[in-house]
Each structure stands twice: as structure tokens, then as C-alpha cells.
Design a protein around this ligand. Structure first.
Ligand code: A3P
Length: 318
């Protein structure tokens, strides 16, 4: 591109406009690079301070994994195709979750995970790993975390649930540092009902737990004990605002717990869209079990039915 100072007129104006456009592009590119770099530095500093490294240790910058799967040689399966009499290999791998259900506990997180496993393009880790909120586990590294995931085929996505992440603010940074493309699902329920549910769970496991009104009230101040982590879990906006500082809003999907309970198909169809899964869920996948008082699932491939365990859907005190 050349500009001729002597040639004043439309041609010169066009030329200056092109130069201005080029300069603008360079500025935008530089700002984008700076933003990406600062985000990486921030996430790394959080990760390092979590691990107790000194603040200037930037050795993990760029740890954001590019190939979030580990191929397992032992899982190369030879499968016989009856029609073509052909043999082909199905390569299985363990992958960093494409989606993490990160809270809130007692809002139906198990139900969503269970429902998701009906979809043929989903594999899910059954138990909670709590990798990002446990220093000892985190020190084992992201490779260890990936190793904890179930085997998946190339067309399947991996999902895990660890509802304790919601209240652990540095978890957002650590997940982002590991894979910024991770999608997140959050379930919300009336905070008082959620608290009662948590109390019922605790009462099941703890002998001699005081009555709820004593448990929840601070004996010194006679107001709600907000030092209790179970109470603080219900401060949804405080926790969520932190996650939204790290992840873009379009990567977080919120499920209303009450609607999940009465209309699982509607909610799971939304989840399917959010995760870019092919449409699969249909009315026959869920049926209301009146003796349980909840929806249960029917697996299409086998016809097997399944309800959640007795620890889900406890009788509440009033
Ligand atoms: P309650 O036990 O208070 O009724 P989580 O899995 O996150 O711990 O949430 C447990 C809650 O999931 C239960 O709380 C229940 O209300 C809700 N839930 C939603 N769908 C359910 C289902 N199909 N079966 C059992 N519980 C379900």
C-alpha cells in the first residue's frame, strides 16, 4: 500500500483511510493478546498461590491443555461388523470433562448427571472427584484428574459433578487455567429448602445433631449463623458473581431445581442444546414413580429402569 503526498484528492483520502484501518486492526490485535496473556497470568497466579508457590512462579503459564484427552492403548477394541465382515478399531480415551456440574449441592445435581448418562454421546464420572477444591488432589496434576474420568469414544463428551466447587472461588480460576472451554452447569433451589435438605442429610449421618432451629441460629447473636458453610452455600449471587468474573456467561447454564423435579424432559432438552449434543431425550426416557414421588429413568437400549437412591428425596421437616 503506497500513499503519494502530492496526489491530494479522493485517491489520497482512500489511502489514508486504509492506513487508519490497518492501525486500528493492529491496536485491536495487541489488546486481545494482552487480555489473553493477563488472563493466563491471573489464572496461573491463583493456581500457584493455591499450591503455595511464590507469586513470581509463572511456570504454569499456558498450561491450558490443548489436547484434553489421553488415549489408552489398552482400550483399543477390535469390533466385528457383521454386515461388512470388516474389523475396525474403536479408539477410547479419557478426557478432561467438557462439562462440569459445579453446584449447588442438594439442588438435584445427581439427577442431572444420571439423566445425562442416558444420552449415547455422554459418559459421566459417577462419584465426585473434588479435584479443584482439594490441594492434595490438585498437586497430583491435571493428568491425574483426566485419568479419573471414564473411557469415552471420539463422539462422546465427558461430564463430571463436584458441587463443592460452587463455594470455592479459586476453583473457577483453576478450571479456567486447565481448560477455558469447559462448560458449566449450575442448579439453584430455594435457599431455605436447600438448607433444610442439607440439614436432613446431615441429620442422617450425625448422631445427636441439634434441632434445625438451634443448628442454624448463632447462640451469641441469635441471628442466622452465616459462619456455617451450609448457610453460606445459599448466598448464590455472591458465589455466582465470582464465577462470572472468570467464565463468560454463555459457558454457564443454570437449571431451576424445582422445574427439574417436575419436568425433567424440558430441562434436559435445554441441557442437550447447551452442550451441543444431538437431540436425543424423549418423553419415554423419564417416568414418574409415584411410590418414590420422583421421576425415574428408562434406558432405551435395555429397557432398564432406575430411580435415584434413598438418600435423594428425603422427607423434610416443616
Ligand atoms: P431432597 O433430598 O431434599 O428432596 P443433590 O443430588 O444435588 O444432592 O440433590 C438432591 C435433591 O435432588 C433431592 O433433595 C431432590 O429434591 C432432588 N431431585 C431432583 N430430581 C430427583 C429425582 N429424580 N430423584 C430424587 N431426587 C431428585
Amino acid at each position: 500500500m503506497m500513499c503519494f503526498p502530492g496526489n491530494i484528492g479522493a485517491k489520497a483520502l482512500k489511502c489514508y483511510a486504509k492506513l487508519a484501518l490497518l492501525a486500528l486492526c493492529i491496536i485491536i490485535l495487541t489488546l486481545t493478546c494482552c487480555f489473553e496473556f493477563l488472563t493466563a497470568v491471573r489464572a496461573t497466579l491463583v493456581a500457584n498461590s493455591f499450591l503455595g508457590y511464590s507469586w513470581y512462579s509463572l511456570r504454569n503459564i499456558g498450561q491450558n491443555i490443548r489436547t484434553p484427552c489421553k488415549i489408552e492403548n489398552s482400550s483399543l477394541e477390535m469390533r466385528h461388523d457383521n454386515l461388512s465382515h470388516d474389523f475396525f478399531q474403536r479408539q477410547k480415551s479419557r478426557c478432561f470433562p467438557s462439562c462440569i456440574i459445579f453446584g449447588v449441592s442438594k439442588c438435584g445435581t445427581r439427577a442431572v448427571l444420571e439423566y445425562l448418562t442416558l444420552h449415547p454421546d455422554v459418559v459421566a464420572r459417577n462419584s465426585e472427584v473434588n479435584f479443584f477444591c482439594n490441594k492434595t488432589l490438585y498437586e497430583r496434576g491435571v493428568s491425574w484428574y483426566i485419568q479419573q474420568m471414564p473411557l469415552s469414544e471420539p463422539h462422546q463428551i465427558t461430564v463430571e459433578k463436584s458441587p463443592d466447587y460452587f463455594e470455592c472461588h479459586y476453583c473457577a480460576d483453576l478450571i479456567y487455567a486447565a481448560n477455558r472451554n469447559t462448560k458449566l452447569i449450575l442448579l439453584l433451589r430455594d435457599p431455605v429448602e436447600r438448607l433444610v435438605s442439607q440439614y436432613m442429610q446431615l441429620a442422617d449421618k450425625t448422631a445427636g445433631l441439634p434441632p434445625m432451629e438451634e443448628w442454624v441460629i448463632n447462640p451469641d447473636t441469635h441471628v442466622i449463623n452465616n459462619k456455617l458453610s451450609s448457610v453460606m452455600a445459599g448466598a448464590y449471587s455472591e458465589h455466582l458473581s465470582h464465577w462470572l468474573n472468570v467464565f463468560p456467561q454463555h459457558q454457564i447454564h443454570i437449571i431451576e431445581s424445582d422445574n427439574l423435579r417436575v419436568n425433567p424432559l424440558e430441562e434436559m432438552t435445554q441441557v442437550e442444546k447447551f452442550l451441543n449434543l444431538r437431540p436425543f431425550f424423549a418423553p419415554g426416557d423419564f417416568y414418574f414413580n409415584s411410590s418414590r414421588g420422583f421421576y425415574c429413568t428408562r434406558r432405551r437400549s435395555t429397557g432398564k429402569t432406575k430411580c435415584l437412591g434413598k438418600s435423594k428425596g428425603r422427607h423434610h421437616i416443616h
